[in-house]
Design a protein around this ligand. Structure first.
Ligand code: ARG
Length: 465
């Protein structure tokens, strides 16, 4: 329903009637771009101040505009502001209220500016704030993981490939793998932030302006490194939002993998970890259940996050320069996806912080599934001088004997071993235990507890420093 059926006061000059209700519904963005009011008002203050400094409007008008904008901001902060759909978007809602408060001086604010550079600015500022917050959140998650890793530097667990027991690793090493992934996510966030930090304000509708504005002044006032260099590009592109969404998608993919592992680890079959009550739910019918709902939801959030990346990519694809109304479709999905990303990181941080490792269950699982077979093969190479391919074959036969008998590798008798290769001696048993296995893997980046302690400590120093 239209809440103003007369011609729009912002461009009503050549319109004699207001929009159809459906036109208003499809056109209006105030339902969601009201989220940008802080950025919109900050941009207007910087613009008005610059217009005054350059003598384009009087200092009296600047003072009125700045005071009025502050009053509008307070009204919105306090929830007293009445948003009108007939005024379409945040820009016109703010300006119209400004006019009610300060009178005709409000009409001078839009000199040398257009809603096209205004929205390009507001959205860019919002994405920048959001990336900054996300960077802090990712650092917190890295810290939670590094702390857990240090506490579990020598907690032995099975390492998997193909989700089959492969070789023993330490739980700390496994968690630090995620710290490395998140560090790259954080790098992508910083990188995107640095690239977006140019100010589009002053590009006006598309071509720049004939007023003697100072774009460097507004850029500096709003914390940008510099103004954007091309007015058409300034109002046309949303690649900064796409970069934020692609970065968020990769981050969400990492979170989804960790979430899936937590789901597996917390099953009654694995029992590797126990989630706290605070991050589990029960079942209304099955009293024994502790469901990892938060992990499952984090696992799922990538759907909407990567969906938003694709959605905006499709909106932007094939658009001619410069501003097109299509681009109004950038906001809702970006808001939603980045909120989901932030919530996922927060939930994962809480789960990791509270989660307890069941060291006995992990150790028992690490020893099963012939996880030290590679250690046996390596021993045959090192001690008996066998070529690795032959050692692999000998080990395979010994694993066969153990598996037929339903026993572990360390329980195969020396005679049985000798029957496969006569050179094998008593010393072999030292490499068949899981502790020996992980302790021996001291190569750079390997899983040995001494490596894990050093790597976790290094991360903790960086993250706390
Ligand atoms: N609501 C618009 C958007 O989100 C603001 C810019 C509108 N510009 C225009 N010339 N209609 O893109």
């Amino acid at each position: 329903m239209s809440d103003g059926d007369t011609a729009n006061r912002m461009w009503g000059g050549r319109f004699s009637s207001g929009p159809d209700a459906i036109m208003e519904e499809i056109n209006a963005s105030i339902g969601y771009d009201r989220k940008l009011y802080t950025q919109d008002i900050a941009g207007s203050k910087a613009h008005a101040t610059m217009l005054g400094a350059k003598g384009i409007i009087s200092s009296d008008d600047v003072a009125k505009i700045l005071e009025g904008l502050e009053a509008v901001k307070i009204e919105i902060d306090n929830g007293h502001f009445v948003f009108k759909r007939s005024l379409e978007d945040i820009h016109m809602n703010v300006e119209s209220r400004l006019a009610e408060i300060i009178g005709p001086a409000a009409g001078r604010l839009h000199t040398a500016r257009s809603r096209n550079d205004q929205i390009a600015l507001d959205f860019r500022l919002w994405v920048r704030d959001t990336l900054d917050h996300l960077e802090t959140q990712v650092s917190d998650l890295m810290l939670a993981l590094a702390e857990k890793a240090l506490a579990n530097a020598d907690t032995v667990m099975p390492g998997f490939t193909h989700l089959q027991s492969a070789q023993p690793v330490t739980f700390g090493h496994h968690l630090l793998a995620y710290v490395e992934m998140l560090a790259r996510d954080r790098g992508r966030i910083r990188d995107a932030r640095q690239r977006l930090n140019e100010c589009p304000l002053g590009a006006a509708a598309l071509a720049g302006t004939s007023f003697p504005i100072d774009r460097h002044m507004t850029a500096a006032a709003l914390g940008f490194d510099r103004p954007t260099a091309n007015s058409l590009d300034s109002v046309s592109d949303r690649d900064y939002a796409l970069e934020a969404l692609s970065t968020a998608s990769i981050l969400a993919m990492h979170l989804s993998r960790l979430a899936e592992e937590i789901v597996i680890w917390s099953t009654a079959q694995f029992r590797f970890v126990r989630l706290s009550d605070a991050f589990s739910t029960g079942s209304s019918i099955m009293p024994q259940k502790r469901n990892p709902d938060a992990a499952e939801l984090v696992r799922a959030k990538i759907g909407r996050i990567a969906g938003a990346f694709n959605g905006l990519l499709m909106v932007m694809k094939g658009l001619p320069l410069s501003y097109q109304k299509d681009m109004q479709e950038d906001k809702e999905q970006t808001f939603d996806a980045l909120a989901a990303t932030s919530l996922s990181v927060a939930a994962m941080t809480g789960m990791v912080r509270d989660m307890t490792a069941n060291k006995d269950a992990m150790r028992a699982a690490a020893g099963s599934g012939y996880a030290t077979a590679t250690d046996l093969a390596d021993w045959l190479v090192r001690d008996l001088g066998l070529p690795f391919r032959e050692a692999h074959h000998v080990t395979g036969r010994i694993v066969g004997i153990a598996s037929d008998a339903g026993i572990g590798l360390e329980d195969v008798s020396l005679e049985q071993m000798k029957s496969v290769h006569a050179g094998i001696g008593e010393r072999v048993y030292a490499v068949l235990g899981v502790d020996n296995s992980v302790t021996s893997r001291t190569s750079y980046g390997g899983t040995a507890p001494v490596n894990v302690t050093a790597a976790a400590s290094l991360w903790l120093d960086k993250l706390r420093g």
